[in-house]
Design a protein around this ligand. Sequence first.
Ligand code: GAL
Length: 691
Amino acid sequence: MTVPQRWPLPTMAFGGDWNPDQWPREVWQHDITLMRELGVNLLSLPVFAWPQLEPSEGEYRTDWLAEILDALDAAGIGVALATGTATPPAWLVRAHPEMLPVRADGVRLDFGSRQSYCPSSPVFRAKVAALTTILATRFGDHPALRLWHVSNEYGDHISRCWCEVCAASFRRWLLRRHGSLAGINAAWGTKVWGQLYTDVEQIEVPRVTPGPDNPARLLDFERFCSDNVLELFRLELDILGELTPGVPRTTNFMGLFHDLDYWRFAAVEDLVSNDAYPDPGNTASHTDIALSYGLMRSLKSRPWLLIESAPSAVSWRPVNVPKAPGQLRAHALQAVAHGSDGAMFFQWRAARTGPERFHSAILGHRGEASRSFAEASQLAADLATLAPVAGSRVRSSVAMVVDWDTIWALRPDASLPAEISWHAEAYQHHAALHQLGLAVDSVALPGSDLSRYAVVVAPTLYVTSDAQAEALTEFVRGGGTLVVGAFSGVVNECEQVHAGGPPGPLRELLGVEVDEQWPLLETDEQIVEFDSGARTVGRFWAEWIEPSDDVEVVAHYDGRPLHDLPAITRRRLGEGAAYYVSAGLPLDSLTPWLHQVCAEAGVDVRMSANPSVEVVTRTDGATDYVFVINHAPTPAEARGPADADVLLAPDGDPPVRRASGLSITLPPFGVAVLRMPSTTPSLHHVHSIEV
Ligand code: GAL
């Protein structure tokens, strides 16, 4: 038998989750015929079919799945074969109730939804390994197999558990990390509040406590929980890697998911895939989702795959707003613009039962007559046109530091000077950069190659190690521009305040010392005045900082309580510059300030007159593909170079070519893709589209 080329597909992926196991056999062939007509080339299945694959202990039934895979192969449709391990069957849970997860308050969660397992459970892990082995052995050579889709959305419902088995694993994990009981006591600073442990068995998972918990214990628990789920993932990956070498393995991520350190997850899989559900009811959702797309393409510095998205409404928000006509396409092509080599949906056929019976599908309850079906059909044609874009990279000259230690440590109950969330600060900084027409990548510290970027932004880097500070210093010395937000360099990896106070290991690089954090009450009106004379009222946060002599003050506080003290500083070092922003800036002043910073750093900034129109460029080195996406329900205009080739024309009036340029009218949620020769091999953001 000839081994098929499994991955990448020769074109953009198009398809979605299909759950034939939930439908009678008569529906299968009908669905496959429709899929073929529509141009589906990739399906995820059978994600939740463990009870059908193993109806009782050790009784495996895979013939039905073989029949489906054969039929799909005959229709030329590939499969991201799910290992089916995301939800253990009732018989297994009832035989081993100890595998059900336990909450921090001691309540054991019952069977009746999905993901009803403790990630540490030995019996669960053994059964996962057995099922994965059965599927890999039976289907590893199947010609329809393109990818392994391992489990499903790890951590969606359960990423942590507070049971005794987890407590024992946590203790082992702590000993590995800190070396000994003395090491744990020292790392956690347990002499405070009489928390000293004299035997490792005294250490528990952080259950509900009378007062504030030890922050270092909480941070280690977050790390442990992420690593624990990673161990579960690796269990399946190792089996698949051994039995089916050459078949790529992925698990579907959930954007900027709080609970799992995706840098570590991406490092062990072959392809990054992601589920994205931007809220059609929120006009800013296309901006926010772009931040997570930047993470996805950066995790492996390669194209990724949008493996799940909604054709229209979801069923899990308080109000599930459907996508407006055209929005299915705009959302899908936004992901492609940001580096996804395809667009897939949850799900092919709408469920009539269960909690997702009101979730949209390509085939809604009206079948082929559904609006989603027509819109998906147009998207399929677009994706076929965009086949040459597959494999290309996104041009980006700006990156944001994404660091799970800081994400986890800045928890609302972490006994901080005031509530400060990495996500809120990251979205705020990203919104400003997005408005400047910049596609923002993500970087891990240390680890990522920062030299690819002109500007690196760390909205807040609360937990900072020496290695991170070194990587940032090297970046600045080499000519980079660094923007560090408030409350950075505060603690080390054990959540101990750096000796001498913040910004700890960043002190020399930034050239400032923080005397005190100065959180603001909502009623405080702390003015920040820029050297341009522009003034703004700071949001929620300020700091009393003392700059060193070689530091320039680019904005200062005006009026009480921090009158005349520096608010934003710049230190030039080597070829580059490092800014420290001690104030919480509102978006309308952060945006123009970052505009200036990026322009000075040589970034090709194009402030959009219409923030609803997004322009993103992918390049294969020889050709640039410029995506112009209108995210608004009203038409928009854009202008491109006169000689640009229109690869994908928007609906409605065709672009008009004049000597002065190409005029494009985008209908509501319209998308155009232009093709032009690459002007520069660097990935720096360069496009010539005026919006
Ligand atoms: C995802 C999940 C799918 C489906 C979808 C609905 O989180 O992986 O199985 O539930 O959400 O939006």
